[in-house]
Design a protein around this ligand. Structure first.
Ligand SMILES: [Zn+2]
Length: 187
């Protein structure tokens, strides 16, 4: 894994502060570049990590109906504006031959995928694809609802507006009844 270059971030943040007309030497801002660098290292720690790692260990359970984990909270950073977007992911899948993932691993996959400059659409498909690759389930349906700070605090300024993205794989791609089942479980 590549190390995050903290001092480079510090220099860049200091330059941004200068460029907007601030004085990076004033008391309140003195440690800001350091703090931002540490924060970026944390919020981007999913870079170069592959969410498929969480599905390397599987369990065999006599269960061939839907598994739904809903309301998985996440925070990410919009790659277009480098401001947060955050919300909840809901992941449904139907195991094949009883091959199931650890439930907490679904949340870990979302978290890792979210912790890099991202697009909501890409988080949704990355998680779905990782599960298809590793678990070979009958189907996966991932739904993400999020609020984007780039829509809330700038531009069109629409606080509370939610963006919903869905990715259906396997049986969910063409089975309306199966998708409707998930949507009703989410209500
Ligand atoms: Zn944005």
């Amino acid at each position: 894994m590549t190390e995050v270059d903290l001092s480079k971030i510090e220099k860049a943040v200091s330059m941004i502060l200068e460029a907007v007309g601030e004085d990076p030497e004033r008391e309140g801002l003195l440690d800001t570049p350091k703090r931002v660098a540490k924060m970026y290292a944390e919020v981007f720690e999913g870079l170069n990590k592959d969410p498929r790692q969480y599905f390397e260990t599987v369990f065999h359970e006599n269960h061939d109906e839907v598994v739904l984990v809903k309301d998985i909270p996440f925070h990410s950073m919009c790659e277009h504006h480098l401001v947060p977007f955050f919300g909840h992911a809901h992941i449904a899948y139907i195991p094949r031959n009883g091959v199931v993932a650890g439930l907490s691993k679904l949340a870990r996959a979302v978290e890792t995928t979210a912790k890099r400059p991202q697009l909501q659409e890409r988080i949704t498909s990355t998680v779905a694809n990782a599960m298809m690759d590793m678990l070979n389930p009958i189907g996966v349906y991932v739904i993400i609802e999020a609020e984007h700070m780039c829509m809330t605090m700038r531009g069109i300024k629409k606080p509370g507006a939610k963006t919903v993205t869905t990715v259906a794989r396997g049986i969910y791609e063409h089975d309306d009844v199966k998708r409707a089942e998930i949507l009703s479980l989410l209500k």
